[in-house]
Design a protein around this ligand. Structure first.
Ligand code: SF4
Length: 443
């Protein structure tokens, strides 16, 4: 019998990357071994994202490419998993796409059964969402070759229903994982040599686990994870500003190994737009959170997400976003133009009425301003010395190592006798808007 070879391709967010590690584990327990060569595989799984139209277009294009492999290997099975499978399962199973199975984000335990169903040439599907599923008992197969950094999913789903977002429809209701299983997973990673873990959730700040008299919120979970070992760096993403409490900020301040970088998605600087986006906070609340972070953790960097051209956004609203960026001076940002998603609150309630060229111009203004702020933030670090965790060798600069500081800034540096997983003191000698450049001071 042919050896079972699995090839996984992951699109979208870190949550999807972490899910692919869980999928690899479930199928490894069913005798599948991973291959990095798509031509070698007899099962290809494409883990998909639906956050924007572009993300889905990439998958349709990829499926057209993969279909040619089927001509050469008729035994080959192709599956689409993740948010797009949840959202467009019927369309994906149309014969012209060559897809044998679809599985939504809560259906991964049934993958072995779905694959078996396709053995006789039938198609298979499971897009059932769950109120309980957290895959807490499944030890992920680590797909990041560095062996230094790892993702740990702490919760699934989202209850926020931001007007532009498909996630609550593709990933279901929020549910938090048992904290002991998270601490055990982190301990295990540390014993295996990992030195940087990122706790993952759509909105980690609303993590809340209750069982009997036990009730654990995110600040307490974060403190427990940080207490695993002071040599372990702890990060988390994504934070929703409405749930960012002072008690969480104080937990970060109290634990030096909780990294000094917070990703706080603002999306817009206009209260009217934030109201229509159903973000549940105001510009003033957001700025107050920034003030509290900078008061308690002065060396903390801030990154964010910004959407340009949301329904009904006026030029004045856009100027509000630019002025908020000037007030906060984010160190980094992910910036997109609004992409209407079918089935979302916005698609049902509002007209996508900002012309494309206006969206493009506003997005460019946001990108240009952010570039200025990121460059200024990096220039201010020249001459400073940071403790960097070496993660690997720089792809671009031969012989240079690459790693990050606690502030989540990427640093490319010259060093001797340093290997991935080592902490090394680096003096910053130069920078671009995206990267700091440095040299080893001492180990
Ligand atoms: S918080 Fe809002 S934007 Fe983030 S996943 Fe939930 S609904 Fe989507």
């Amino acid at each position: 019998m042919n050896e079972k070879k699995l090839y996984i391709e992951t699109y979208g967010c870190q949550m999807n990357f972490s899910d692919s590690e869980i999928v690899a584990s479930i199928l490894r327990d069913n005798d599948y071994s991973l291959t990095a060569d798509v031509k070698e595989a007899n099962l290809i799984l494409v883990n998909t994202c639906s956050i924007r139209e572009k993300a889905e277009e990439r998958v349709w294009k990829r499926l057209r490419e993969l279909r040619s492999l089927k001509k050469r290997n008729p035994q080959l099975k192709i599956g689409v998993i993740g948010c797009m499978a949840e959202r467009l399962h019927d369309k994906l199973l149309a014969p012209e796409h060559g897809v044998d199975l679809v599985a939504g984000p809560d259906a991964y335990r049934t993958l072995p059964y779905l694959v078996d169903q396709t053995a006789a040439g039938a198609q298979a599907a499971n897009i059932q969402l769950s109120l309980e599923e957290t895959y807490a008992d499944i030890e992920p197969v680590r797909l990041d070759p560095s062996g230094v950094t790892a993702f740990v999913s702490i919760m699934r789903g989202c209850d926020n229903f931001c007007a532009y977002c498909v996630v609550p429809f593709t990933r279901g209701r929020e549910r938090s994982r048992n904290p002991q299983t998270i601490v055990d997973e982190v301990k295990h990673l540390f014993e295996k040599g990992y030195r940087d873990v990122t706790l993952l959730g759509q909105n980690v700040n609303s993590y809340h686990f209750t069982e009997g008299n036990t009730s654990v919120g995110f600040p307490e979970l974060l403190a427990r994870v940080a207490s695993v070992d002071p040599r372990l760096r702890v990060r988390f993403t994504t934070s929703h500003p409405k749930d960012l409490s002072d008690s969480l900020i104080k937990v970060i301040a109290a634990h030096p190994n909780i990294c000094r970088s917070i990703h706080l998605a603002v999306q817009s600087g206009s209260n009217e737009v934030l109201r229509r986006m159903n973000r549940k906070y105001t510009r003033e609340w957001f700025l107050d959170r920034v003030r509290s972070i900078r008061q308690h953790i002065p060396d903390c960097t801030l990154s964010t997400d910004i959407i340009a051209g949301f329904c009904g956004e006026t030029e004045e609203d856009h100027q509000q976003t630019l002025s908020l960026m000037d007030e906060v001076r984010f160190d980094a940002a992910f910036m997109f133009r609004y992409s209407e998603r079918e089935g979302t609150i916005a698609a049902k309630k509002y007209k996508d009425d900002v012309p494309d060229e206006v969206k493009a111009r506003r997005l460019q203004e946001i990108i240009d301003l952010q570039h200025k702020h990121s460059l200024a933030s990096n220039r201010a670090d020249v001459g400073k010395i940071f403790e960097v965790l070496a993660e690997g060798f720089s792809k671009r600069s031969n012989g240079m190592l690459s790693g990050r500081n606690s502030q989540n800034k990427v640093i490319v540096f010259k060093a001797e006798n340093v290997k991935p997983g080592d902490y090394v003191n680096v003096r910053i000698t130069g920078c671009t808007a995206a990267t700091l450049i440095g040299e080893q001071v001492s180990q």
